[in-house]
Design a protein around this ligand. Structure first.
Ligand code: S3P
Length: 425
């Protein structure tokens, strides 16, 4: 249970733990590289720890000292058959990206995870991986976990993604490392491109032309990787500071890859004052500092084209929309129904309990901003981003907000509550 009271303003200078997406990819790609690589700023959250545990079961030697990892690469074909089922915990990225790598292995593996992940569709990766020649069997028609994969002898495919998903794109590209001939993936809307960037950095033959990414069978060479702070974690504090007049917050060294910054664009459209400083590239990924000054915000319209660039920020955007003047409409976000929880339904139910006028659409939300929340008891549905969004709502509530089931925050943001205490006045 997390108890949150109203705050007067947000002030301070913070840095947030490493980017979750980049952390997963760093340890997975180094595991199948030649040589030894160090990851600095790795996110020690539950999801990324699940990835480490799975890779260790596949025979990879990984040393971890706080947020520094040393990974001894096994090369593309050095992974070993695990002696038991791989547990991906709550992590969709672990299950979907690892499946791409396992599709290239000659041995059979079974992947499973917690009750949330066992409800999430895996046919979106099973179908293309089968097309490439892997044997993939799920529990039901949507190929939900447990998922059994028998890989090897893959052929390249040309695949158009039916959903905008970086996890699906990445699974196919990783399998493409092992496939004969060229593999190409066509995106309808650009999803985060960390996999493509890191594959290029580690020496894969990969290229992008418009919306198409092409990869050829290629080995990887280990190199050190620095992970910037996770913008999706920083988003909770950015939102609080942006919507609270008088606030002043600096977020240091946060990832600013343009496929991830839709949230900042939308906040600016709503009137937020956000500046960027010290913009630089490290292992080909953009990062910088953000300076946020609080002011009154206005409602906006968010449509399908920008959803992939802010897919994980919709829970906190719904909180911001509840505070802004006027109506905010979000459409083209049906994917939110198959995240760690059904996020559209969770937001309507829980923000409704806090007095928000919020309507559920099949693919989005309509939120009427009222400037504050009522107090009360709410729940996270075991979903880390719902838990943190509700905590930020509590900072703007007339009475105390109590959030149940908040251990899940550790999935992506260990230290969230410590930073929250530091920045509230
Ligand atoms: C992720 C991709 C997104 C995102 C998730 C992380 C990734 O999922 O929601 O938190 O690291 O590739 P989808 O690919 O399902 O959109």
């Amino acid at each position: 249970m997390l108890t949150i009271n109203r705050t007067q303003k947000i002030e301070g200078r913070i840095s947030v733990p490493g980017d979750k997406s980049i952390s997963h990819r760093a340890v997975m790609l180094l595991a199948i590289s030649e040589g030894k690589g160090t990851v600095h700023g790795f996110l020690p959250g539950a999801d990324c720890l699940s990835t480490i545990a799975c890779l260790r079961q596949l025979g990879v030697d990984i040393e971890m000292h706080q947020s520094t990892l040393v990974v001894q690469g096994k090369g593309l074909f050095g992974l070993e058959k695990p002696s038991s089922t791989l547990d991906c915990g709550n992590s969709g990225t672990t299950m979907r990206l690892l499946s791409g790598i396992l599709a290239g292995q000659e041995f059979e593996t079974t992947l499973t995870g917690d009750t949330s992940i066992q409800k999430r569709p895996m046919d979106r990766i099973a179908i293309p991986l089968r097309n490439m020649g892997a044997k993939v069997e799920g529990r039901d028609a949507s190929d939900r976990a447990p998922l059994r994969i028998q890989g090897g002898h893959l052929q390249g495919i040309d695949y158009t993604l039916p959903v905008a998903s970086a996890q699906v794109k990445s699974a196919i590209l990783l399998a493409g490392l092992y496939a004969q001939g060229q593999t190409s993936v066509q995106e309808i809307l650009p999803a985060r491109d960390h996999t493509e960037i890191m594959l290029g950095y580690l020496g894969a033959q990969i290229e992008r032309e418009d919306n198409q990414i092409r990869i050829a069978q290629s080995g990887l060479q280990a190199r050190d990787i620095r992970v910037p702070g996770d913008l999706s974690s920083a988003a909770f504090f950015i939102a609080a500071a942006a919507a609270l007049p008088g606030s002043h917050l600096v977020v240091e060294n946060v990832g600013l890859n343009p496929t991830r910054t839709g949230f900042l664009d939308v906040l600016r459209e709503m009137g937020a004052q956000i500046e960027v400083e010290h913009l630089a590239r490290e292992n080909r990924e953009l990062a910088g500092d953000l300076i946020i000054r609080g002011c009154e915000l206005k409602g906006t319209t968010i449509t399908a084209e920008c959803i992939p660039s802010l897919i994980d920020e919709i829970p906190i955007l719904a909180v911001v929309a509840s505070l802004a003047h006027g109506v905010t409409t979000i459409t083209g976000a049906a994917e939110l129904r198959v995240k760690e929880s059904n996020r559209l339904n969770a937001l309507v139910t829980e923000l409704g309990k806090l007095g928000v006028s919020i309507q559920e659409l099949p693919d989005g939300l309509i939120v009427e901003g009222k400037g504050e929340f009522l107090g009360g008891d709410v729940t996270s549905y075991g979903d880390h981003r719902i838990a943190m969004a509700l905590a930020i709502a509590g900072l703007f509530a007339r009475d105390t907000v109590r959030i149940r089931d908040t251990a899940c925050i550790d999935v992506s943001f260990p230290g969230f509550q410590r930073i929250l205490k530091e920045v509230v006045l």
